[in-house]
Design a protein around this ligand. Structure first.
Ligand code: AMP
Length: 280
């Protein structure tokens, strides 16, 4: 696996790969890799792409300074995992390489209401930061395909919108969420859970499954209240449990058999915020 830190070196190399007739598949990450990230790499390999993964902890998408400060950065482990997974190129740019004009000067992306609800409401500025870094990384890599995780459902929609807004010719592939045995969605932040927090974190997925199972049987308001009570009894703090149209994220108060519906959740375990979702 080749490792690049500089845009110019990366571009020179990727031009040769393109000249060889290969398609480029890109997996952007913030590192602290787990099997969920590797599922994206696998999807890229299955597609037959030349695989480029980036690791960049993007300061402009963190609205909580301590979340950024404590974000895990096990670089050596990450490199070993990517080698093992069959990744061709790892891009690990510095903050200066990604934002040569500084962090403060940035384009505004008109993401519409996607930016103001759910994750957007809880993390102001987050999706502008995501759009900005992905736009910049797409400039650097210019891939044919980009692979992203359903785990970050709203982010997938934001990135679809970004591609539309910028007119880029990249195809997005959304990869299913990889879970632990108890259903907990894999996440870099899970590393920060204590043993006792980890033991109850699987409840988030259990709630999603019960919300799915009670579709058409019980009123959503009742199911939601039961889930909230269960989570709160166990010491978890619910940010939101929300139904939405899976295609455009219109918020829904009730199950709706006439649409594809997704249930999205954000829950604090101690100070660690976990998000997850399930298509019902
Ligand atoms: P992150 O490093 O958290 O920014 O995630 C990088 C990419 O991996 C994003 O497209 C995520 O949606 C995806 N991802 C994170 N966790 C999972 C998971 N458990 N299963 C599948 N994809 C994931």
């Amino acid at each position: 696996m080749l490792i690049f830190q500089k845009e110019a070196d990366l571009k020179r190399h990727l031009q040769m790969v393109r000249d060889d007739g290969k398609t480029l598949g890109f997996v952007p990450t913030m590192g602290a890799l787990h099997k969920g990230h590797l599922a994206l790499i696998d999807a890229t390999i299955t597609q037959g792409d030349y695989v480029i993964c980036s690791i960049f902890v993007n300061p402009v998408q963190f609205n909580d300074a301590s979340d950024l400060a404590y974000y895990p950065r096990p670089v050596e482990e990450d490199i070993a995992m990517l080698e093992q997974a069959g990744c061709d190129v790892l891009l690990m740019p510095s903050v200066e390489e990604v934002y040569p004009d500084g962090l403060k000067v940035g384009k505004y992306y008109d993401l519409g209401y996607l930016e103001t609800l759910l994750e957007g409401a809880s993390r102001p500025g987050h999706f502008q930061g995501v759009a900005r870094v992905v736009d910049r990384l797409l400039d650097m890599v210019q891939p044919d395909n980009m692979y992203i995780g359903q785990k970050d459902y709203q982010q997938c929609m934001v990135l679809k919108e970004l591609v539309k807004l910028t007119g880029r010719k990249v195809t997005l592939h959304i990869v299913a969420t990889t879970r632990e045995a108890d259903g907990l969605a894999m996440s870099s932040r899970n590393r920060r859970l204590t043993e006792s927090q980890r033991a109850i974190a699987g409840l988030v997925y259990q709630c999603l499954v019960s919300i799915q199972a009670k579709k058409g049987i019980q009123d959503f308001a009742i199911v939601e209240k039961e889930c909230r009570e269960l989570l709160e009894q166990k010491g978890l703090r619910v940010d939101y449990i929300q139904l939405a149209d899976a295609e455009d994220l219109t918020l829904l108060k009730q199950y709706d058999d006439h649409r594809k519906v997704v249930c999205l959740m954000a829950v604090f375990v101690g100070d660690i915020r976990l998000i997850d979702n399930l298509i019902l």
